[in-house]
Design a protein around this ligand. Structure first.
Ligand SMILES: [Zn+2]
Length: 262
């Protein structure tokens, strides 16, 4: 009886193993058609990129490792427009520059370095990222961002400057220009809690080598970048208010920023 039970249990175990194998194989089979599925593309590709038509070769699109090489690798289906062109929902102007690079290793014009670099990041186009990351606009932006992030809270203060300027202009019945007074200080030691300079906004502190004119340069350039092309900045001296704590003086740099609205 014991022997029979053992034999019976062995038989059950054996059958279970067989069932497991069959189930495993069936499960695996489900994936096989998907894995083996290949999409075929013609050697000449007709593309619709953001509404503009391009013609290029399959080999150009696959020349460098990027999102394009993955799209046309055959593993994925690429959606077509009503005219049968492969559709890419990207900016055609930037695509044209990237296509030039893929065709003949030509970098875009300097004015487009940053824009193309950002697109290369989006496309995971490593070779183009590498080529553009050593150009002045891209490398320079990285260095500048290093200065402006952190304790300075630059972007927050920058937005506040524009908001205050606009409020002032509106309060003056739609004045053409707003003149804002700012105090700029680099060192934390100057950030005394008991003293507030008589200004609209304070900028600082920050660490590292950049100085007060460097910060003013950023403010003016960023305002111009937003279309305030007639922005002016003038140094109007230093704050000479006495500090009660150590009987010294404030000494923060004072500037006026003039924003022209219309
Ligand atoms: Zn002061």
């Amino acid at each position: 009886m014991i022997l029979f039970r053992r034999l019976f249990r062995d038989k059950i175990d054996e059958n279970m193993e067989e069932i497991k194998t069959i189930l495993f194989e069936e499960d695996e089979m489900k994936h096989i058609p998907r894995e083996l599925q290949q999409f075929h593309f013609p050697p000449i590709l007709e593309l619709n990129v953001g509404g503009a038509n391009f013609t290029t070769s399959l080999s150009t699109m696959k020349k460098y490792k990027s999102m394009f090489s993955s799209m046309f690798s055959g593993k994925f289906e690429v959606v077509k427009d009503a005219n049968g062109r492969f559709f890419l929902d990207r900016d055609p102007e930037v695509f044209r520059l990237i296509l030039d690079f893929m065709r003949s290793d030509v970098l875009p014009p300097k004015s487009c370095f940053l824009k193309v670099y950002n697109e290369a990041l989006y496309l995971s186009f490593d070779y183009l990222i590498e080529k553009l990351s050593v150009t002045q606009p891209v490398a320079g932006k990285e260095v500048r961002d290093c200065f402006l992030r952190g304790s300075l809270k630059y972007s927050q203060k920058f937005d506040e400057l524009i908001r205050l300027g606009k409020e002032t202009a509106l309060a003056q019945g739609g004045a053409r220009k707003s003149k804002l007074k700012i105090a700029v200080y680099k060192d934390k030691a100057e950030n005394t809690t008991e003293h507030r300079c008589d200004v609209d906004l304070e900028f600082g502190p920050w660490q590292g080598d950049p100085n007060v004119p460097d910060l003013i340069h950023c403010l003016v350039e960023d305002l111009k970048g937003l279309g305030y092309s007639n922005t002016e900045a003038h140094c109007v001296g230093i704050c000479d208010e006495p500090l009660h704590k150590d009987f010294g003086y404030c000494r923060r740099s004072l500037y006026t920023i003039i924003i022209q609205w219309w």
